[in-house]
Design a protein around this ligand. Structure first.
Ligand code: SF4
Ligand code: SF4
Length: 365
């Protein structure tokens, strides 16, 4: 990496979120336009009915490093808790196994833990979030502009807790090869675990919790509102600690909380000159423009904010060719590498690191 491209991070707290909105263009985003949902209904674009694992077998047959059967098996396994654990994204207390309810009982949790000190409540929540594994946590008032237009969230959910989960740097460094996708999937599965623990903690205090991953509301503006970071050219949240190398989740709640202030550390100005993500994106999905603007790149963008709009249609089609998702715009971002760490790790180096701590006979290529 060119050292001149290493950002100097001096984060400061500010009164207003560091984004510019044009209210005449802003509409609540319809989640049916999320690219993964359009695959199922939008016959007007090239990705209709295309699954991004559709070429896995032919890709494995090519024998490229980082695209073996073992790599794909690991990466698709990494999502299992996110995809299969019903408690991860619940809006209510649930019990999958009935027996513990009989032995624990839940009546005491129905009374409210009263407190007139939102600051104390925030401390409890942040401590729980970190304990369950969140890398960052912030709280803010729920701006209803960020709730999906087709989702009905009752007005009593006034606050939101936003959490970031760091993804493994060595795994992400292999992108676009498959081990990077395992780091991503593990991030999502951890998110399901953290959400279920923190959500249940809130319910046990007698309040309500709507546990959300990418569903229900836009995570990135909420994360900016909660002081976790700023928006980058790559369309991702850039955090001072991990750059864009995080997954985001949130809990909407009626719990009284002290809010965090937004954070500013000059991301927009840095992105104007940097363009590393746009230069390395194999799909040409990221804008090279000098300045951000209000022009959307495709129907899956949420209009109304001044930013570099990412053409997520191109991004998705590249994933179909790659056999799995890509994290190159995370890998190359200088904010990801602001702490001393090797920028690019080949898939072989990644597996060598894994193998060096294991019995090699457990692996094939
Ligand atoms: S995920 Fe990959 S294809 Fe999509 S925008 Fe980022 S670099 Fe481009
Ligand atoms: S890689 Fe992209 S998002 Fe990261 S600093 Fe450079 S321009 Fe901004």
């Amino acid at each position: 990496m060119n050292p001149s491209k290493t950002p100097k991070i001096k984060a400061k707290k500010v009164e207003k979120p560091p984004y510019i909105i044009d209210r005449s263009r802003l509409h609540r985003f319809d989640s049916r336009n999320i690219i993964f949902r359009r695959v199922m209904w939008d016959s007007s674009w090239k990705g209709y009915k295309r699954m991004y694992d559709e070429k896995v077998l032919s890709i494995i047959a090519e024998g490229k490093p980082g695209y073996s059967r073992v790599d794909f098996a690991l990466a698709y396994a990494s999502w299992i808790v996110h995809d299969a654990f019903e408690g991860g994204f619940s809006w209510k207390k649930i019990r999958l196994n009935k027996a513990p309810v009989d032995t624990i009982g839940i009546d005491w949790a129905k009374t409210k833990y009263e407190s007139d000190d939102p600051r104390r409540m925030s401390i409890f929540i942040k401590r729980a979030a970190r304990l369950f594994g969140a890398s960052m946590v912030g709280a803010c008032k729920l701006n209803r502009d960020w709730i999906y237009a087709d989702v009905d969230v009752p007005k009593r959910f006034k606050n939101v807790i936003v959490m970031a989960v760091e993804m493994n740097a060595d795994g992400i460094a292999t992108s676009p090869a498959v081990p990077a996708a395992a780091a991503t999937g593990i991030g999502y599965s951890k998110m399901a675990f953290i959400l279920s623990g923190v959500g249940e903690f809130i319910r046990n205090l007698g309040y309500e919790a709507v546990q959300c991953g990418n569903d229900t509301a836009l995570s990135i503006p909420l994360a900016i509102d909660a002081g976790l970071g700023e928006l980058g050219r790559n369309g991702l949240l850039i955090t001072p600690q991990y750059g864009p190398r995080v997954r985001l989740c949130k809990i909407l709640t009626d719990l009284p909380l002290e809010f965090d202030k937004p954070t500013e550390f000059g991301v927009k100005e840095f992105c104007k000159k940097c363009r590393m993500c746009a230069e390395h994106c194999e799909a040409g999905a990221i804008s090279m423009d000098d300045e951000p603007n209000f022009e959307v790149a495709c129907r899956s963008n949420n209009q109304g904010a001044l930013k570099w709009y990412v053409n997520v249609e191109r991004c998705y089609l590249y994933w179909c060719e790659n056999g799995i998702d890509c994290s190159t715009c995370i890998k190359v971002c200088p904010y990801n590498n602001a702490s001393p760490r090797k920028v690019a790790l080949s898939p072989k180096e990644f597996w060598d690191q894994v193998k060096s701590n294991q019995d090699n006979s457990h692996y094939d290529s």
